[in-house]
Ligand binder design. Structure first.
Ligand code: FES
Ligand code: FES
Length: 188
């Protein structure tokens, strides 16, 4: 059993202690905002905060996460009002969105310690891979988020989510329980 705090809630994972934190978050805790890209530390799609530090959750076992405080993209801002989230939307720095949650978490940690980061500092701190290639917009968005964090600029908040983060995963058809399928009436 591995105990930790995830998005301010105490959680016990009854899983092999060598299970990557990424799998535990996605498959056991149903926090599917954190993405699996490469599984070996290269892409950054799986970045979460562990005790406030942005780390690649595919490289951290739940044994290593024992007793630590984890924040996933679902827990960063329930209202999607974090400056990085606002700026990414405002700069249209999202295409397919697969890389986005990892970049949001990495960028949130960066502007926390350096809201005036230069382009070079952003590229060095966030070497995440975006297969859609939105890198120039990402730099603009992260610098804009830094200005918002320093209260030099305001951006209208992104629209509130239509469903709560807690319910989001169960709305994904592929994750619906068999009895839910039966209630809907499965096709032959
Ligand atoms: S899935 Fe973790 S770095 Fe790619
Ligand atoms: S927006 Fe598609 S991978 Fe980055």
């Amino acid at each position: 059993m591995s105990r930790m705090t995830v998005n301010e809630r105490p959680i016990e994972f009854l899983m092999d202690p060598e299970t990557p934190l990424l799998w535990a978050l996605r498959d056991a805790a149903n926090l599917t905002g954190t993405k699996y890209g490469c599984g070996n530390g290269d892409c950054g799609a799986c970045v979460v905060h562990i005790d406030g530090e942005p780390l690649r959750s595919c490289l951290v076992t739940i044994a290593e996460a024992e007793g630590r405080f984890i924040t996933t993209v679902e827990g960063l801002s329930g209202s999607r009002a974090h400056p990085v989230q606002q700026a990414l939307v405002a700069e249209q720095a999202i295409q397919c969105g697969f890389c986005t949650s990892g970049i949001v978490m990495a960028a949130a940690a960066l502007i926390e310690r350096n809201p005036g980061a230069s382009e070079e500092e952003i590229k060095a701190a966030i070497p995440n891979i975006c297969r859609c290639g939105v890198y120039p917009r990402l730099v603009r968005a992260i610098q804009r988020a830094g200005r918002v964090a320093r209260r030099q600029e305001r951006i209208s908040a992104a629209p509130a989510p239509g469903i709560s983060a807690e319910d989001a995963a169960v709305e994904v058809p592929a994750l619906s329980a068999p009895d839910q399928d039966a209630q809907r009436g499965s096709p032959d």
